[in-house]
Design a protein around this ligand. Structure first.
Ligand code: HEC
Length: 255
């Protein structure tokens, strides 16, 4: 029994394809871009069909099964199945290719980039290295007034921030699902607990657009709050973030 020419061609192509994968992925363990494999298979396919359609007889033999399937009334069932499955497969392929993905991009993104030493905030140049929260001193000096400031900060938070960062400050606000990168979770030990208040002030006032390029390629949706809030409101919301989560702002010990 001879293997039909069409099946031979398909077997050669499959052999080359899996051979490529075995050699590069398993033997050499080399990282080869899939686009290269596509290009390679394109040329191999062209070559195989050039050989298999060398003369008329061979060509006729090659396409005979396809012709039979399309023309021979005996193969109606097979034809119907094949002509249903192929469009479905193509449709599924296009669908999976086009579907937007919420996976993190391969590139690494710095979540906490080093802040600039100065930044243009509220129309003036602010030295971030020396900047202090003007209300922090009340924590010791006047706890009652401090509690009031924290409560005002809570109002600022609920009115402006909880949509994204969540009413429990866990980054799970109602909008969070649709955002990439996702809003940060302030309860997590890896966010504000690691940061100075001046860092938060810089991030809140300048938002996503204020991030330096190493924090790209993701486009942060964090708004530029200096356009919407007063300076005092931002310092108060910072008090609230630490008070609610029980974290201490990081300091360099010169207090
Ligand atoms: C539209 C959604 C959205 C709103 C509203 C929003 N944020 Fe954000 N915020 C984000 C996203 C997304 C990030 C993470 C990406 C980034 O670092 O820019 C973020 C990051 C931050 C960070 C950086 C934390 C860190 O560990 O570096 C701080 C601080 C912050 N937000 C505070 C606030 C405060 C305060 C408010 C309200 C005044 C607020 N955010 C409102 C989306 C939002």
């Amino acid at each position: 029994m001879r293997i039909p020419r069409l099946l031979q061609a398909i077997l050669v192509l499959a052999g080359v394809y899996f051979g490529f994968i075995v050699v590069f992925d398993y033997i050499l363990e080399a990282v080869i871009p899939r686009s290269l494999l596509t290009m390679y298979m394109f040329f191999v396919t062209a070559g195989v069909f050039m050989v298999f359609t060398y003369d008329e007889d061979q060509t006729r033999e090659l396409v005979a099964p396809i012709k039979a399937m399309v023309e021979n009334p005996q193969y109606r069932m097979i034809r119907n199945v094949v002509f249903t499955i192929i469009p479905l497969l193509v449709g599924f392929g296009v669908y999976t290719k086009m579907r937007p993905s919420f996976d993190a991009p391969i590139e690494l993104r710095t979540i906490h980039p080093a802040p600039p030493s100065t930044a243009q905030i509220f129309g003036r140049r602010v030295n971030l290295l020396e900047l202090q929260n003007p209300f922090r001193k009340f924590e010791k000096e006047d706890p009652e007034q401090f509690a009031e400031l924290v409560a005002e900060g809570a109002t600022v938070y609920i009115e402006n921030c909880q949509y994204c960062h969540g009413d429990k400050l866990d980054g799970k606000g109602p909008y969070a699902e649709g955002l990439n990168p996702t809003p940060l979770n302030f309860q997590d030990i890896g966010t504000i607990a690691q940061l100075q208040e001046s860092y938060l002030f810089w991030r809140i006032t300048t938002g996503g657009p204020g991030l330096p390029s190493e924090a790209a390629p993701w486009i942060s949706s964090m708004p530029v709050w200096q356009n919407f809030l007063e300076e005092d409101e931002i310092w108060k919301v910072i008090l609230f973030l630490y008070d609610y989560t029980g974290h201490e702002p990081r300091s360099w010990g010169h207090e």
